[in-house]
Design a protein around this ligand. Structure first.
Ligand code: SAH
Ligand code: SF4
Ligand code: F3S
Length: 452
């Protein structure tokens, strides 16, 4: 279409969940396809794209500060453009639209979560005609999966199977900024997966806010188990998915952990709270008992499955007793990893109207207590790996030391180990090698590559 991108450079700053990370890969794919070159920093970039998140307040305020501070960064030497162009997309773009350019006048483009494909046209409009270009659509005009992608890693791919969310948990803004749940036809998904496997992808992660309800809109019933079967049949080595809602995790899907060769023994199953009273106020539509029942069934199929979860501390009206129910649940389940969040009020959600008198310090103290427990349990969960030999998908080297390999075990644990003599990290990246686990720490395992 347009040539105003030839010779330009771009960088994308991504916040939030894997949906955004995946959307950023689509944005990179489009811009590269038009002749723009990816660079790592804002200073080197002629076009800067922010893919934003508003799930909690902290991410929100950070964006405004970051865009405001960009005013003082000089234009890149050799840039074919008259200035640095800034585009804001993702969930804040969707929520705030026009308001963003009013508050940040040096912003050029705003787009939302339903119109990724419009970004090149919006940018070229801003570049050629000058002035702002804002476009935010209400509904999902297209499934962005039709767009080109530049994947972050050659050996791993994220594959969206649904977009949007119908659950309306009372604290959560996602359904308002991502729209209603839409599933992609099964054949499309399988076709994209086959292409990835042919291109050498080792690990596919299926994405959706609630993958378990996949297919309800298309087929009248959830068909997530069939998606797993279809993916396994592609021959992919490692299959993962996120996120699962406990109210929709079926026995069929649980069984697949025992039968599908590629499905890795790890599951992220957000519980949010261990108190039935709070779960009900959160509109989660399951009980503590139901959740623990799922864990039992999962462990009956894969006794050492690695479980992770999300927990919100400080939901309006949460008492010490409610919190202790959560604490005891974490103790009982023994998660490998827990993502803990302090409740953040999001305007427009039902929970934003709830009164809360709990002092900030009390919430913080509970949060700290929970984090201590989470660390202790994660350490304990990892001890079982000592002495085992596990296949590790090598992702690169440790950030601190280029001679230490870093990769992921089937349970998604990070594994570090020295680079074997006579091999380079480049040769090993993207391959699966057996490693003997010598030591298990809280957040990673240390091992040695052994002859397979
Ligand atoms: N669809 C996924 C995750 C969505 S957002 C799911 O349902 O599990 C990721 C996590 O952010 C949520 O699981 C929740 O723990 C947290 N979160 C969402 N809204 C929040 C809020 N208002 N305050 C604090 N944490 C929140
Ligand atoms: Fe938000 Fe709940 Fe939907 Fe997850 S399931 S995105 S927490 S509304
Ligand atoms: Fe954030 Fe949007 Fe994901 S609000 S968590 S980036 S869906």
């Amino acid at each position: 279409m347009t040539t105003c991108f030839e010779g330009t450079t771009f960088c994308i700053h991504t916040f939030g969940c894997q949906m955004n990370k995946h959307d950023s890969e689509r944005v990179a794919g489009m811009l590269e396809g038009l002749g723009a070159l990816p660079v790592a920093t804002i200073e080197e970039a002629d076009i800067v794209v922010f893919m934003t998140c508003c799930v909690r307040e902290a991410a929100d305020t950070r964006l405004y500060g970051q865009v405001a501070s960009m005013k003082n960064i000089p234009v890149r030497e050799g840039s074919p453009l008259d200035k640095r162009y800034i585009a804001v997309g993702g969930c804040i773009g969707q929520r705030d639209g026009e308001k963003l350019v009013q508050q940040l006048p040096h912003l050029d483009v705003v787009f939302g979560t339903h119109n990724l494909a419009s970004l090149p046209a919006l940018l070229s409009g801003a570049i050629e005609r000058s002035g702002h270009a804002v476009e935010v659509l209400d509904g999902g005009a297209d499934f962005s999966s039709a767009l080109p992608t530049t994947r972050e890693h050659a050996w791993a791919a994220w594959l969206p199977i649904t977009v949007g969310c119908n659950n309306f948990c009372s604290y959560c803004i996602v359904p308002y900024v991502r729209g209603r749940e839409k599933s992609r036809p099964l054949e499309d998904i399988a076709e994209e997966a086959r292409r990835y496997v042919e291109a050498g992808v080792k690990e596919i992660t299926l994405l959706g806010q609630n993958v378990n309800s996949y297919g309800r809109d298309l087929y009248g019933e959830p068909r997530f188990a069939e998606v797993l079967d279809a993916l396994d049949a592609t021959g992919v080595e490692r299959l993962r998915f996120a996120t699962s809602h406990p109210k929709d995790l079926t026995d069929e899907v649980i069984e697949r952990f025992g039968t599908l060769r590629s499905l890795m023994p790890a599951l992220h199953l957000p519980v949010q709270s261990g108190s039935d009273r709070i779960l009900s106020a959160m509109n989660r539509r399951y009980t503590r008992e139901h959740y623990l029942g799922l864990i039992k069934k999962l462990r009956a199929v894969v006794p050492d499955i690695a479980l992770s979860t999300d927990i919100i501390v400080g939901f309006p009206g949460e008492t010490e007793e409610d919190f202790m129910e959560t604490y005891r649940l974490v103790e009982e389940v023994g998660y490998s990893q827990v993502f803990t969040f302090i409740y953040s009020k999001r305007e427009g959600t039902p929970a934003a109207k709830l009164q809360d008198d709990t002092p900030r310090e009390v919430i913080q103290e509970r949060f700290d207590r929970l984090v201590d427990l989470v660390q202790r349990k994660a350490y304990e969960a990892n001890q079982g790996e000592r002495g085992a030999t596990v296949p590790v998908l090598i992702e690169g080297t440790s950030k601190r030391d280029g001679s230490i390999l870093a990769g992921k075990s089937p349970k998604n644990q990070t594994v570090h180990g020295p680079l074997p003599a006579g091999l380079t990290a480049e040769e090993l990246v993207g391959t699966i090698v057996p490693m003997h686990i010598d030591e298990a720490r809280t957040w990673y395992l240390s091992g040695t590559v052994v002859d397979g």
